[in-house]
Design a protein around this ligand. Structure first.
Ligand SMILES: Nc1ncnc2c1ncn2[C@@H]1O[C@H](COP(=O)(O)OP(=O)(O)OP(=O)(O)O)[C@@H](O)[C@H]1O
Ligand SMILES: [Mg+2]
Length: 343
């Protein structure tokens, strides 16, 4: 197993920059996700690590050694592509054993390793089936087995679960985590699904528009997104232009206490989750609002509330038994306000 590091990676296609100065590191045995919207440069980054793209500048390091000049087949990397194309006219066993055959391993050894890989992904009895005879989730497992069987030092998974329906995807998430932990292989997972990234990863790299916006543990990113893009991407509903004051933030002329060491006066965004707003009595409220929209889900109620803080209504979430209407008073605890860079 090895660590993987991307250092100041730039990838240009002609005038177009697909990856701009990306840096991050996956420690040996860890699972790191690259999370971001379509077109932000996730697959390009993965392909550069695999060696299918040459970096315009910057370095790819495996175990702290630059591998820019090492061809893909000598990097000891297992890959599951975005469309996990299995060979349709080969059996499951032949699909899984293919990489070993290419490496000229003898037949008994191939059979043994293929059995082992199929056991690991929970498909012990599918050797003689063809891909068309398998469900989406089973094909996914075969693709994983095929990548695992060569005992790679690093696994690259490009949206491996995106072809599956929601229920299967949830199941496969747990499977993937189990397989990764058991094999201990350093894994880079590309996804645009934030829940997938949060449930599976040791570290998350958030990308947008060819740029790495933030690198951190799921907890760090959840608690302290560093810019409006990341905050929005992880589902923080209320993100408003603000100014820094000496002991808090000013949003549209309203002052709030907030915990931050950002310099006063700098242009920032203030963000808070819909569930972080509290209802208050007349005296204790910090600002008032008018309920202008509502939606009831099974577990909670969501309200749009027009306030003086922003042109668009802010979003408030309450328990399902709490019904609101008309004018309400709200407050925000200082530790709930996140201060973000504008981007
Ligand atoms: N070979 C290429 N030539 C020119 N432009 C390319 C090439 N490959 C990718 N791009 C462009 O680079 C950008 C990043 O592409 P990439 O495939 O890395 O995105 P992605 O984050 O994986 O998106 P998705 O979630 O849709 O798979 C896109 O705008 C894409 O059109
Ligand atoms: Mg992609």
């Amino acid at each position: 197993m090895s660590s993987v590091e991307v250092r100041n990676l730039v990838k240009k296609y002609g005038d177009f920059t697909a990856v701009r100065d990306a840096s991050f590191r996956a420690e040996t045995g860890s699972l790191i996700s690259i999370l971001g919207p379509s077109g932000c440069g996730k697959t390009t980054t993965l392909r550069a690590i695999a060696g299918f793209e040459t970096a315009t500048s910057g370095d790819i390091l495996l175990d702290d050694k630059p591998v820019n000049d090492i061809p893909p087949w000598r990097r000891n990397i297992g890959i599951v592509f975005q469309s996990y194309a299995l060979f349709p006219f080969m059996t499951v066993a032949d699909n899984v054993g293919y990489g070993l055959k290419m490496r000229k391993m003898d037949r008994d050894q191939i059979a043994r390793k293929t059995d082992d890989a199929l056991n690991r992904v929970g498909l012990p009895d599918s050797h003689l089936k063809y891909p068309r005879q398998l469900s989406g989730g089973q094909r996914q497992r075969v693709a994983l087995a095929r990548a695992l069987v060569i005992e790679p030092a690093v696994m690259l998974l490009d949206e491996p679960l995106s072809a599956l329906d929601a229920k299967l995807r949830d199941e496969m998430r747990f499977e993937l985590k189990r397989i990764q932990r058991q094999s201990g292989v350093t894994t880079l997972l590309v996804t645009h699904d934030q829940e997938e990234a949060f449930t599976l990863s040791d570290q998350i790299v958030v990308m947008n528009n060819a740029v790495v916006k933030q690198v951190g543990s799921p907890r760090e990113i959840w608690d302290n997104p560093n810019c409006a893009f990341v905050a929005d991407f992880i589902g923080i509903e209320n993100i408003l232009p603000a100014e820094r004051t000496t002991n808090g933030v000013r949003i549209a002329g309203h002052d709030f206490a907030a915990l931050s060491d950002a310099a006063p006066g700098s242009d920032i965004m203030a963000a808070f989750r819909s569930s972080d707003l509290e209802l208050a009595g007349d005296e204790a409220g910090q600002f008032a609002g008018q309920v202008v929209g509502e939606a009831y889900t099974g577990n909670y109620n969501v309200y749009q509330v027009q306030t003086g803080l922003s042109e668009a209504p802010i979003i408030l979430k309450t328990g399902k038994s709490q019904r609101l209407s008309g004018t309400i008073n709200l407050k925000l605890a200082p530790d709930r306000i996140k201060i973000l860079e504008r981007d």
